[in-house]
Design a protein around this ligand. Sequence first.
Ligand SMILES: Nc1nc2c(c(=O)[nH]1)N[C@H]1C(S)=C(S)[C@@H](COP(=O)(O)O)O[C@H]1N2
Ligand SMILES: [Mo]
Length: 231
Amino acid sequence: MDDQQRRIAEGVALLRARFGEKMKATPSLADASPQGDGPANRHGMPKEPPGQNVFEKHEWPVMDLGTGTPDLAPERWRLVVDGAVETPLELSYAGLLALPQVDEEADFHCVTGWSILDVAFRGVRLETVLALARPTAAATHLMAHSADGYSTNLPLEEALKPDVLLVHAVEGKPVTREHGGPVRIVVPQLYAWKGAKWLTRLELMTQDRRGYWEIRGYSNTAHPWRDDRTW
Ligand SMILES: Nc1nc2c(c(=O)[nH]1)N[C@H]1C(S)=C(S)[C@@H](COP(=O)(O)O)O[C@H]1N2
Ligand SMILES: [Mo]
């Protein structure tokens, strides 16, 4: 094991010790209803959450603020991790690719009513990056910030789930510019607005603060299987 691998393993152990119980109490794990994050977790239940229509992969819509598509070449892309962390860090695209990679099949549910099922995502667990940055003892939430001015908040017990990825490839190809390339987040157990496209910054916070859509009326909890659309 090299130093970075050791630091990741230690950081993950610390985070799981601190947030494991809270993670088990989240709706996708505590509710009797399915988790909605891919075939392994549907438990024979319906494939799509209430009120959703399944779209084929080739029909995947592009959703953004309409303020223009950021043009971030991978060589210029940087992710800053700061706020309530012991070790603020800045990650390049090459640095992201050098971290442990995860392949996963997950579903994608947009609150406007469409879902795409069984998408092949490749990337790095958000947990891995937080294990390197080490959230302080007071950290409870994070804000993901994007190059288009978008932001979205997550409690750490959701952000640390193993299927929450910093994605750089979808269905075997680099994430396209319109879909948030070079790097976007996916949070399969929550509505898709929780996954910031054109990710540039993860700000760790010591209390909750609402992001772009959460201020404008979208649910702060965003669980598709509970139909948490608005507040
Ligand atoms: N930076 C950024 N991220 C974003 C958004 C956005 O407008 N800007 N829209 C969100 C919403 S509402 C959805 S449904 C998904 C859409 O991702 P897609 O364009 O790949 O379908 O991205 C989310 N992440
Ligand atoms: Mo959305």
